[in-house]
Design a protein around this ligand. Structure first.
Ligand SMILES: *Cc1c(COP(=O)(O)O)cnc(C)c1O
Length: 463
C-alpha cells in the first residue's frame, strides 16, 4: 500500500502515531496481522469525541454506533460528567478503600443501592466487568462455605454466555472461539443451552426447555451447586441472543426454590441499554448478586461494581479468626475520579429524563430495521431495547452462516465507515448499540446508514 507523502505537520503527526501504534500497541480482541496491514485507514485513530460522534485523525466524523464498545450512555464530552471529574480532581484522584473510605465511593454506593433491583444494598467495587464477575463468583462460593454448606461449589452458566476474560470469568463463559483454548486452565462449569428462539431447537419454547434442563441437573446433584449466572434478557457478546420472556423470572423462582444464588451479569445490559434501567426490571427480578460495569460511569472511567443482598453480605460477618472475611480487592477499588463520574452519570440519567425516551427509540429501531427482514442475507434481527444484533447468513432458510474466513460481519462494518458509522460486529452479527441518550435525528441517520450499507454490500455481490 503506498501512502501519499506526508504534507502538513498534522499528517506527519498522524503517520507517526500509526507507526508507533504498530510498533508498540497490542490491541485486544484484534487479529494483529490484519491490523498491522491496515495503515491509517479511516476511523482507525479516534482523536476526539463530541456528543454522539467520534472524530478520527483526518477530522472525519462517525456516529458512535456501538457506544464505544457498549459503555457510553450520554454521549462524549458531557459537561456534567466532565465537570464532576474536574471537581473531584481538585480534591484527590485516588485513595484506597482498603481500611479507608472516600466520599465519591460512598455517594455512588448509596445511588446504586437506591436504583438497583430491590434488596441489593451492598456494593463491592472493582475496575472491570470481568473483575465484577470474579467478585460475584468468589463471594458466591465463599458464601456457602461461610454458612456451613461447603459442598456447594459448582456453577451453572449458559452456552454462548460471556462474562469477561479473566480466568474465573472465562470459566463461566460459553463462547467456543474465546474459551475453548483455555479450558485446561479453567474451573469446571455446567453449561446449559442458550434460551434463544433462533438458535435453540425448541424455538419459541427455548426458555421453558432450558429451565427444564437446569431443573434436571439440580434434581440429580442440587446440593453441589452454589449459583447460576446469566446475562439477563439478552446475551450480548454471544451474538445479541435475546431470551424469551419468562425465562429470567423462571430462573429466579427455580434458584430460590433450590437454595442457589442467582448472579445477574448486567455489565452490558445495565443502565438503560435494554429500555429499562436494568434488564432485571423487565421481569421484576432481584438477583442475589448483580454485576455492573461498562455504563456505570457513563462510559468515562473504568469502575465496576458487584452488588449483593444483605443475606449474602451478612454471611461474611464474623470474628477475624472465623475466616469469614472476603479477601479480595484491587488497588484501584473505588477510585475517586471514577466514582465521581458514576455519581454524575446516574444523576444525569434521572435529571435528563433518559428513561422516558427509551421506548420511543427502541420502537424506531425496530420499525426501521424491519425493512431488512426479508433481505436474503439477513437471517435474524434481535432486539432488546437499544441493543440490536442483525445476523447475516449465507442461506437464511437453512440457517447456514457464511464461511467464517470471509469475515462478512467485519466487511459490512468496514463498509459502514464510508457512511460515517462506527460499530463492531460479533462474528457475522452486526451490532447496533447507540447511547441511550442519542437524539432521534442521529439515531435515524445511524439506522438509515446501516440499512443502506447492508443492502449495498450484498447488491454489489461482494460478500
Ligand atoms: C463486557 C462484559 C463483561 C466484561 O467486562 P470488562 O469490563 O470488559 O472486563 C462481562 N460481562 C458482560 C455481560 C459483558 O458484556
Amino acid at each position: 500500500m503506498t501512502a501519499m507523502p506526508p504534507e502538513t505537520p498534522q499528517d506527519r503527526w498522524t503517520a507517526r502515531l500509526v507507526e508507533l501504534d504498530n510498533t508498540h500497541v497490542w490491541h485486544p480482541f484484534t487479529p494483529m496481522r490484519q491490523w498491522l496491514e491496515g495503515g491509517d485507514e479511516p476511523g482507525r485513530l479516534i482523536v476526539a469525541g463530541e456528543g454522539f460522534e467520534l472524530i478520527d485523525q483526518a477530522g472525519r466524523r462517525y456516529i458512535d454506533g456501538f457506544s464505544s464498545l457498549w459503555c457510553n450512555l450520554h454521549g462524549h464530552r458531557v459537561p456534567q460528567i466532565d465537570q464532576a471529574i474536574c471537581s473531584q480532581l481538585e480534591k484527590i484522584a485516588h485513595s484506597t478503600l482498603l481500611g479507608h473510605a472516600c466520599p465519591p465511593s460512598i455517594e455512588l454506593a448509596e445511588r446504586l443501592a437506591r436504583i438497583a433491583p430491590a434488596g441489593l444494598t451492598k456494593v463491592f467495587y472493582s475496575d472491570s466487568g470481568a473483575s465484577a464477575v470474579e467478585v460475584a463468583t468468589k463471594s458466591a462460593f465463599q458464601y456457602f462455605r461461610n454458612i456451613g454448606q461447603a459442598g456447594r461449589q459448582r456453577f451453572i452458566a449458559l452456552r454462548e454466555g460471556y462474562h469477561g476474560d479473566t480466568l474465573g470469568a472465562m470459566s463461566l463463559g460459553g463462547i467456543d472461539t474465546f474459551h475453548t483454548l483455555f479450558r485446561p486452565l479453567l474451573f469446571e462449569t455446567t453449561f446449559v443451552d442458550s434460551p434463544n428462539a433462533y438458535h435453540h431447537p425448541a424455538g419459541e419454547q427455548a426458555g421453558r426447555a432450558v429451565l427444564d434442563q437446569i431443573a434436571a441437573i439440580l434434581e440429580r446433584a442440587g446440593d453441589s451447586y452454589c449459583a447460576v449466572i446469566t446475562e439477563p434478557m439478552i446475551q450480548a457478546a454471544g451474538g445479541m441472543l435475546t431470551h424469551r420472556s419468562g425465562f429470567l423470572r423462571g430462573l429466579r423462582e427455580l434458584t430460590e426454590r433450590q437454595g442457589l444464588l442467582l448472579i445477574a451479569d448486567e455489565v452490558a445490559t445495565g443502565f438503560c441499554r435494554t429500555g429499562r434501567l436494568f434488564a432485571c426490571n423487565h421481569e421484576d427480578v432481584s438477583p442475589d448478586i448483580l454485576c455492573l460495569g461498562k455504563g456505570l460511569t457513563g462510559g468515562y472511567l473504568p469502575v465496576a461494581a458487584t452488588l449483593t443482598s444483605r443475606k449474602v453480605f451478612d454471611a461474611f460477618r464474623g470474628a477475624v479468626t472465623e475466616g469469614k472475611t472476603f479477601y479480595h480487592g484491587h488497588t484501584y477499588t473505588g477510585n475517586a475520579l471514577g466514582c465521581a463520574a458514576g455519581v454524575a452519570s446516574i444523576d444525569l440519567i434521572f435529571s435528563s429524563g433518559l428513561l422516558d425516551g427509551l421506548a420511543e427509540k427502541a420502537r424506531l429501531m425496530g420499525d426501521r430495521l424491519a425493512e431488512l427482514r426479508d433481505h436474503r442475507h439477513v437471517a435474524d434481527i434481535r432486539q432488546c431495547g437499544l441493543m440490536v444484533g442483525i445476523e447475516l447468513a449465507d442461506d437464511r432458510k437453512r440457517r447456514r452462516g457464511f464461511d467464517p474466513a470471509m469475515q462478512v460481519g467485519a466487511a459490512v462494518c468496514r463498509a459502514a465507515r464510508k457512511r460515517g458509522i462506527l460499530t463492531r460486529p460479533l462474528g457475522d452479527v452486526v451490532v447496533l448499540m447507540p447511547a441511550p441518550a442519542m437524539d432521534m435525528e442521529t439515531l435515524e441517520r445511524l439506522l438509515r446508514g446501516i440499512i443502506e450499507t447492508i443492502q449495498e454490500h450484498f447488491a454489489a455481490g461482494t460478500v
